[in-house]
Design a protein around this ligand. Structure first.
Ligand SMILES: [Zn+2]
Length: 139
């Protein structure tokens, strides 16, 4: 039984006593029951507010979970998978997979626009000028 129903039950019992309406006992009893009734109302309202807050937090948590999936499982690793370099010759942005670096093989990435070498792992000491010349030799 909820609080309001229990208070109503007490109210019925008090009425059953048939105390004189203006007696001290009646005023005390009705006063107590009135306070209990107010408490029950406040309690129910607080419970409803808490339930709404819990629902809201649950939704917020789900939204945050979805957001985390997008940020960490989606775009995050994708940023790691691709390396972007600007072609020193024509300024074109060139993307290639970082997996290509992981196998340890010498790697030379050429620009799709002008075919200049934009990335090379073969000889890291080479400067941009040498890399460009090496790219030209490959042509
Ligand atoms: Zn280029």
């Amino acid at each position: 039984m909820d609080l309001k129903a229990r208070v109503s039950y007490l109210q019925g019992l008090a009425a059953g006593l048939e105390l004189p309406r203006e007696s001290k006992e009646s005023r005390l009893l009705n006063g107590i029951i009135e306070v209990l009734h107010d408490f029950a109302s406040e309690w129910e309202a607080a419970n409803r507010a808490r339930e709404e807050l819990e629902d809201y937090l649950e939704n917020l948590d789900e939204d945050l979970g979805r957001l985390e999936e997008v940020v960490y499982d989606g775009e995050g690793p994708e940023d790691d998978r691709y390396i972007e370099v600007r072609c020193p010759n024509c300024g074109e942005m060139v993307c290639f997979e970082s997996d290509l670096l992981a196998d340890g093989e010498p790697l030379e990435v050429t620009c799709p626009e002008c075919e200049a070498v934009v990335y090379s792992t073969g000889a890291p000491e080479r400067g941009d000028g040498d890399a460009l010349r090496a790219g030209d030799e490959d042509l």
